[in-house]
Design a protein. Structure first.
Length: 125
């Protein structure tokens, strides 16, 4: 899933992610958790890029494995680590995301040239 990030596409990506998990027989609890993470990630990226002069492009991939799903988010916005639960809080979305990231163990930010790449694994259990 990809496109230009806006508040509307943030909600759309969240809903699509949740629906995809349900269609792959993941529990409603896991699907809702993934959808919540996706929406808060997108809204945090929008907050971090509120003064950007160009649109932020986003790509969301779901890699389904035997007992988990790996969510990979890439965006063209300002470089920052979404998975850092100790980062400075400058808005409601960042506050919510920090709390979510603090409680989630399997996550990673990969340093890249020119775009952010965040990965979060959700277990089916």
């Amino acid at each position: 899933m990809d496109g230009i990030l806006t508040p509307d596409t943030a909600v759309e990506l969240s809903k699509k992610a949740g629906s995809n998990l349900l269609s792959h027989k993941y529990t409603k609890e896991v699907a809702n958790r993934v959808a919540l993470f996706v929406e808060e990630i997108c809204l945090t990226i929008l907050d971090e890029n509120c003064n950007a002069k160009k649109p932020v492009l986003i790509e969301l991939s779901l890699l389904f494995e035997a007992d988990s799903v790996l969510v990979i988010e890439r965006d063209s916005g300002q470089l920052f680590d979404l998975t850092d639960s100790d980062s400075q809080i400058n808005g409601l979305s960042r506050f919510v995301l920090n709390g979510l990231m603090a409680s989630h163990q399997e996550k990673a930010y990969l340093v890249t040239t020119g775009y952010n790449r965040n990965m979060i694994r959700f277990s089916q259990k």
